[in-house]
Design a binder for this molecule. Sequence first.
Ligand code: FES
Ligand code: FES
Length: 152
Amino acid sequence: MVFTLSVNGDRLASTADPVTPLVDVLREEFHLTGAKPVCREGFCGACMVLVDGKPAPSCLMPVALAADCEIRTVEGLAGGGTLNPIQQALETCDAVQCGMCFPGMVVTLTHLLTTTSGATRDDIRAALTGNICRCTGYERIIDAAVLALAAT
Ligand code: FES
Ligand code: FES
């Protein structure tokens, strides 16, 4: 069976088994390796993508369910090679360490930036409850989100 997925505005065909996790199809068939399969239990957020505009862990979504959805990965969040405001702010605040969590962080924070005005540090912390970072202690990530929110 062939599934056609809408990913970052492109229509892409997958021949994967219907229960294959979306993260594996993105990485192995479509070569979009931003989403990271780390815990595979919906816990860490490293595999986060936007599904119909909302952050969702792609490790828990069978590809068959994704076929009717608009998928946007971290690769689709920077336009024409230009970092989006969250990516720019994360770089400005020197917030990245190993980087494993950052594709998911960027997806979640981009969603917050585009859906919420006037978000507080507590709002940002709440938005990041599904994104685990083992390196940074979060403060610089939150600083970056505040910076990006202030600039929009
Ligand atoms: S790999 Fe999907 S939430 Fe951790
Ligand atoms: S920067 Fe290493 S896990 Fe977040």
